[in-house]
Design a protein around this ligand. Structure first.
Ligand SMILES: C[S@@+](CC[C@H](N)C(=O)[O-])C[C@H]1O[C@@H](n2cnc3c(N)ncnc32)[C@H](O)[C@@H]1O
Length: 238
């Protein structure tokens, strides 16, 4: 199912500066594969991360949403972009780093599809290549669902409202509502519903161990991952 077709034009303005994530990913790459020269980002969206990385690496990206990719093409003209499903793509080439970040993998609600991404990533790595992805943890999605909807102003007078609801079995509906300011007291409502799923850490680790010899797990907010972690980064390689 294609998502982000409605939210795409608001995405960068509503999410804001991504410099911190870009620097963190660059640090992880430098720590684990300092000679890396090529990066492929799965679910690259508007190219917010590719934009941060293109001065260090030759960057490529793929995404399912045409509107997100159109923005990425304008923002990061140095990148090669592909409209592909990250569970089934085959680009016929390999990369030093395959990335999938900002909880993009959570957008796949069946664990079998996460494993398809692990397989696709592995298939597209050079011999010493690394696959880096992050996840929203079960704890994070549950805490969002138990909190009231939250709002955020952007462009001074437009508003993003996010309401996360628990659908059961680890699946959550994200109701995105953009109230775009038009003129005077006029607003236009844009509606998009997205689903995310989280899975137990042990299940993710077991699945990765079947595919990669080395897996490191980081929490950017803590010295090491704990049961309180809200976002985890995985670095996988051989
Ligand atoms: C939260 S955005 C993250 C975008 C980007 N990685 C970033 O850091 O800003 C999630 C992205 O996943 C993409 N996506 C969701 N399911 C996908 C799939 N099966 N294949 C490719 N892209 C997908 C959406 O189109 C969207 O651009």
């Amino acid at each position: 199912m294609t998502t982000y077709e409605v939210f795409a034009p608001f995405y960068d303005r509503a999410i804001g500066d991504r410099g911190r994530e870009g620097s963190y990913l660059h640090e992880l790459i430098q720590k684990h594969f300092p000679e890396a020269a090529t990066v492929l980002e799965l679910a690259c969206g508007t190219g917010a991360i590719l934009e941060q990385l293109h001065s260090h690496y030759e960057v490529s990206g793929l995404d399912a949403s045409r509107r997100m990719l159109d923005i990425a093409a304008r923002k990061v003209p140095q990148s090669r972009l592909f409209r592909e499903d990250m569970t089934r793509f085959d680009l016929g080439e390999t990369f030093d780093v395959v990335l999938c970040v900002f909880d993009s993998i959570n957008h796949l609600v069946r664990f079998g599809d996460w494993e398809a991404v692990f397989n696709r990533a592995r298939e597209h790595l050079t011999d010493r290549g690394i696959f880096i992805f992050d996840v929203n943890t079960e704890r994070k999605l549950a805490s969002f669902a138990s909190a009231p909807p939250w709002t955020q102003w952007f462009d001074d007078d437009s508003l993003l409202l996010i309401d996360v609801r628990d659908e059961g079995d680890g699946v959550y509906a994200w109701k995105l509502r953009v109230f775009e300011h038009r003129s005077g007291s006029g607003y236009r409502l844009h509606v998009e519903d997205i689903r995310e799923a989280a899975f137990p850490l042990e299940r993710i680790k077991e699945s990765l161990a079947e595919r990669f010899r080395r897996v490191r797990i980081y929490d950017a907010e803590r010295s090491r991952p704990t049961t309180r972690s809200l976002r985890l980064h995985f670095v996988c390689g051989d």
